[in-house]
Design a protein around this ligand. Structure first.
Ligand code: CA
Ligand code: CA
Length: 331
């Protein structure tokens, strides 16, 4: 018995020490392409259903993957078909993903300038449902989020526009505009022009917009008539360079995946910015692009673009680490 107790006690003391140090550890929940480290699967976003199961669109296969954290093996439950546009095959490159209150699943696609929908009943391992057009006119469609009234908000990337469309879908209308801006990365060559990326609402219904280019988070007060106020720069910090997906934890802290820095950063309701985790190109964070909380655990999609702190020593690839995967952290 003692043999058992001593290691358990050691683990317990170790866990307490790491909690006291305030540095919860990131680990890998699942490698989405165990046979490869070379972008044979590409996931840019992640969401969860009411049962805490995770969903990610894979840009390479067009599959919408389901991963149950209790038994983390990816299975396809939906499909996003490529289209022929002007005689060329165009991949959907699914990005932002979110459920509405009815349990239907939505995925933004920049190349189609649309948001697609798979009905909840059609999310099926035996017969994966095909995503159909829900919202149009969303140029650069990237992050998506629903408000409490069931309106869908869609970020437009470099244009800085955030679109809004009602619960029935249709043509989306621009409602917010973040001023355009382009940042040069430390390599002096790469440029980052995305100013409207990850979207999230807080409990009071205020909209937050991740500005990847400025390394900032904007706050937009929504008015009772459905119109939006002027965006206010809420937090800006070099730690936020590459700010991509965002999500609130149970304590009301905003978590930010700083993709090009391979880092997780939090912003308190007072606007204090703090780095929670960061690593080099070998992971476990590999260009983290989105985060979703299930209870106290944050699940993170590793997009694994070869850029800045996620680039291998050769300066061209991102083969270090395990590649496309879901990371997890329990603060
Ligand atoms: Ca892999
Ligand atoms: Ca990698």
């Amino acid at each position: 018995m003692k043999v058992l107790i001593v290691p358990l006690l050691a683990i317990f003391i170790g866990a307490c020490a790491s909690m006291q140090a305030g540095r919860p550890e990131v680990s890998i929940l699942v490698d989405l392409d165990p046979a490869s480290t070379d972008r044979t699967v590409i996931v840019e976003s992640i969401t969860a259903d009411r049962e805490g199961r995770l969903y990610l669109p894979d840009r390479v296969s067009g599959n919408i993957l389901l991963v149950d954290p209790r038994s983390p093996k990816p299975v396809a439950v939906g499909r996003i078909e490529a289209r022929e546009i002007k005689g060329k095959k165009v991949n959907a490159d699914g990005s932002g993903i979110a459920f509405n209150q009815q349990g239907d699943l939505f995925v933004a696609t920049g190349p189609f300038s649309e948001v697609l929908r798979v009905r909840g009943n059609d999310l099926n391992v035996q017969k994966p449902g095909t995503a159909q057009t829900f919202a149009t006119g969303t140029e650069g469609a990237n992050g998506i989020v629903f408000d409490k009234q069931g309106n869908l908000f869609v970020s437009g990337g470099r244009s800085g526009i955030v679109y809004r469309v009602g619960p029935g879908g249709g043509v989306a209308q621009p409602v917010v505009k973040i001023e355009t801006y382009t940042r040069k990365l430390p390599d002096g060559k790469s440029e980052q022009p995305t100013v409207a990326n990850g979207l999230e609402f807080d409990a009071k219904g205020t909209l937050y917009v991740a500005d990847t280019a400025r390394g900032a988070i904007w706050k937009v007060e929504m008015q009772a008539d459905g119109k939006s106020g002027k965006p206010a720069l809420w937090a800006q910090n070099p730690l936020l360079e590459g700010a991509d997906g965002i999500a609130f934890d149970n304590s009301g802290k905003l978590w930010v995946t700083a993709n090009e820095r391979n880092a997780l950063v939090t912003v308190t309701p007072e606007g204090t910015v703090r780095e929670v985790a960061k690593n080099g190109s070998a992971g476990p964070l590999e260009f983290p692009s989105a985060i979703v909380f299930v209870g106290n655990t944050g699940y993170i999609s590793n997009y694994d673009i070869p850029r800045r702190d996620n680039m291998d020593a050769n300066g061209q690839t991102a083969r270090d680490g395990i590649g496309a995967s879901i990371a997890q952290i329990t603060p």
